[in-house]
Design a protein around this ligand. Structure first.
Ligand SMILES: Nc1ncnc2c1ncn2[C@@H]1O[C@H](COP(=O)(O)OP(=O)(O)O)[C@@H](O)[C@H]1O
Ligand SMILES: CC(=O)N[C@@H](CCC(=O)OP(=O)(O)O)C(=O)O
Length: 282
């Protein structure tokens, strides 16, 4: 008896949140580190389907760095990162395109569709969504987004589809580029003026002391982030991530959430329960 009461209570707790979020657009950056474990992947897909069922307009921008590494290893192609971006020559670009826009993208679309969701797989080349230029000469085919056309995403949302987007784009001459997942996701969230931009990563959120999970910063204003950079609180992979969050907020996104992709159902826990998790930036 009590068991049922608890379950019902939980569902009732969700009601005001469903009302608040329904009809809003949310962009999720799903990074490769949160894809390593199959059960976690399933739980992220379930969260996405639930969000879509309650009327949230969902756009997922996915990475897949570890999967790209695996394939490059198999093909014995050396790879290196410069300031968090993968040096991308022609051979590497071919692998990035095959892995991100092919294997990873289709696997995620299939997982959503298998469970009764409606997803469609895209990359930045589709509908001229992400027009690129080289970021800097010594990084090869790493793309900087110079134009973004979100119409194809809006059309999918109007037709009830979740867009699952791989971060591969092209220039106007037909060259293909590798775009960092955080940079692409924030640009898309900005172009859609999304209500929320949600990033799944491999830490509990932004930490005051990077090696201490208990030092989670649960809320920070955009204006206070420069101090955290100056004080050396934000380092390594968190630098491009937080810069991408600032960019998204500057473009009109209302709130950014950095969540722990290693924790099952972290997205719906943050969105639909009183127990907030992760870091909220606004
Ligand atoms: N203040 C901080 N709070 C949390 N993580 C931080 C911080 N500063 C640096 N980091 C590092 O940033 C990493 C997250 O960035 P990254 O590895 O690029 O994530 P992802 O692969 O999920 O996109 C964390 O694993 C952590 O090592
Ligand atoms: C230019 C650049 O570095 N591109 C990334 C794209 C994938 C990505 O960003 O994946 P995660 O989100 O899993 O890190 C790469 O080649 O790994």
């Amino acid at each position: 008896m009590r068991f049922n009461d608890d379950k019902a209570k939980m569902l009732i707790e969700m009601l005001p949140y469903i009302e608040k979020h329904s009809g809003k657009t949310m962009v999720i950056k799903y990074g490769g580190n949160a894809m390593k474990n199959e059960r976690l992947k399933e739980s992220v897909m379930e969260d996405i389907i639930l969000m879509s069922y309650v009327g949230i307009n969902i756009v997922v921008v996915h990475g897949g760095g570890p999967e790209i590494n695996k394939m490059l290893d198999r093909l014995k192609i050396q790879s290196e990162f410069i300031n968090g971006l993968r040096y991308t020559d022609e051979d590497t670009m071919e692998v990035v395109e095959m892995v991100l826009a092919g294997k990873v993208n289709k696997e995620l679309v299939l997982k959503i569709n298998e469970r009764g969701g409606k997803a469609v797989g895209l990359c930045g080349i589709d509908g001229n969504m992400l027009i690129c230029e080289p970021t800097q000469e010594d990084l090869g085919y790493v793309g900087k987004i110079v134009e973004i056309n979100p119409q194809i995403i809006k059309d999918n949302l109007d037709a009830g589809y979740i867009s699952m987007i791989a971060t591969v784009g092209a220039d106007r001459e037909g060259n293909i580029y590798n775009i960092n997942g955080d940079i692409a996701a924030s640009a898309i969230a900005g172009a859609l003026k999304a209500e929320k931009y949600i990033l799944l990563t491999d830490v509990p959120g932004l930490l005051e002391e990077p090696s201490m999970d208990e030092s989670l910063i649960s809320h920070v204003y955009k204006e206070d982030l420069p101090i955290l950079f100056e004080n050396g609180v934000i380092t390594g992979g968190m630098i491009p991530k937080i810069n991408s969050c600032i960019e998204a907020l500057n473009q009109g996104v209302k709130k950014v959430h950095i969540l722990d992709g290693r924790v099952r159902h972290s997205i719906i826990t943050e969105l639909f329960t009183d127990a907030g998790v992760g870091t909220l930036i606004d």
